[in-house]
Design a binder for this molecule. Structure first.
Ligand SMILES: [Zn+2]
Length: 374
């Protein structure tokens, strides 16, 4: 039996800014990593992510976790409070006010943090983050990313379809006709339960042990499930992407695994999504994602918000999706763009090496956002 060090919290990057105990635990795990270059790279990532505080994550931490009030003392000395757009300031203050988990003294303190974020000038962390993750590859990825523009792909809404049967039809289609480069990996799709839920979002895949005792695909039911191709891309992302990934991880048992490695985990799933889609639709998915990379070094928060809202509505999604995307851009720096840059890096890598070979070669190495070392 191999021993493996795992960093469990998938969202540690946006919590280390205010949770000293989590930071300490992460550093202890990382110090057990035998390769010093990997250790140093991850410690640098922790240093950068702990230099700022995600107001969204901080507020949610106290709202959602019952014992948070007692457990976490907020000490934000020397930390940058991430910029909070005006509409989010209002939303956060209201959510805070409504919360029954938080005592009034703490509420006042948190309200001050929210206000401070709204008053702060904006600093764009993306380049700092991605330079750490991709190093010298970053500029090549950006050059390669921006060269393609396509028209909006419109398709018939699936609102009138039976979502259960469409989902099952798509899954069997994906598994019986996988993209060429994924043929030899298809045997690693594990068995999983399918669940449907009302609410925001598209779909989620939870590997056994993360949420329950089974592998689960959860498909969200709402008006943002636009059309057949869109749903197919979503399911390919979850099943070819996440389900195969977590299964391979368990089988190959790397000596180290970071659940918070978004560029690796989401980049792979995004690459799968692009490759399993109809070529015309895939070009659209890719170019739309690449377009948002133009925001990586932008400094005007108003302009950034306009651009995100414009792109989201152009694609046909609701205002809720636009708001969430804006929130993620400002409060979870690097998260959304990790999908795209990770996928572009893998796309370039898979010109020389098949995905199967890539994972097999990775078997001996720690798994995380270590592109720069691979
Ligand atoms: Zn994903």
């Amino acid at each position: 039996m191999n021993t493996s060090i795992t960093i469990g919290p998938w969202d540690w990057r946006y919590r280390v800014g205010f949770d000293e105990r989590l930071k300490q635990n992460l550093e202890n795990s990382i110090n057990a990593l035998e390769y010093s270059v990997y250790r140093d790279l991850l410690l640098k990532q922790i240093e950068l992510f702990s230099s700022f505080v995600s107001v969204s994550q901080l507020i949610n931490h106290f709202i959602k976790e019952e014992n948070a009030s007692r457990d976490t003392a907020i000490n934000l000395e020397g930390k940058v409070i991430l910029f909070v757009p005006k509409f989010l300031e209002q939303e956060y203050l209201q959510a805070l006010e409504k919360s029954k988990n938080i005592e009034s003294r703490l509420k006042k303190e948190l309200a001050l943090v929210i206000n401070a974020g709204a008053k702060n000038s904006y600093y764009n962390y993306n380049i700092d983050i991605f330079r750490l993750i991709f190093g010298h590859y970053l500029s090549a990825l950006l050059v390669h990313a921006n060269d393609e523009y396509t028209d909006v792909f419109t398709e018939e809404s699936i609102r009138s379809y039976d979502i259960t049967s469409v989902t099952k039809e798509i899954i069997s289609d994906i598994i019986s006709n996988p993209p060429k480069q994924l043929k030899e990996l298809i045997k690693y799709v594990p068995s999983f339960e399918i669940k449907f839920k009302d609410g925001q979002g598209f779909a989620e895949y939870w590997a056994k042990g993360m949420l329950g005792n089974n592998n689960e695909l959860i498909v969200m039911i709402n008006d943002d499930q636009l059309g057949y191709n869109n749903l197919k891309a979503t399911i390919a992302h979850e099943i070819l992407g996440h389900a195969i990934f977590y299964n391979l991880k368990d089988l190959l048992c790397p000596s180290f695994f970071d659940h918070g490695a978004f560029a690796f985990i989401e980049g792979w799933a995004t690459w799968c999504e692009w490759n399993a889609s109809d070529p015309l639709f895939a070009r659209n998915l890719r170019s739309s994602r690449c377009r948002t990379l133009k925001l990586l070094d932008m400094l005007d928060p108003e302009y950034i918000q306009e651009q995100i809202a414009h792109e989201i509505s152009r694609l046909g999604y609701s205002e809720e999706v636009a708001k969430t995307s804006i929130e993620y851009f400002f409060q979870y720096p690097g998260f959304g763009q990790s999908y795209t840059l990770g996928a572009l890096w893998l796309e370039a890598r898979f010109l020389e090496e098949t995905p199967m070979l890539f994972f097999n070669n990775l078997k001996q190495l720690p798994w995380g956002d270590f592109f720069l070392l691979w």
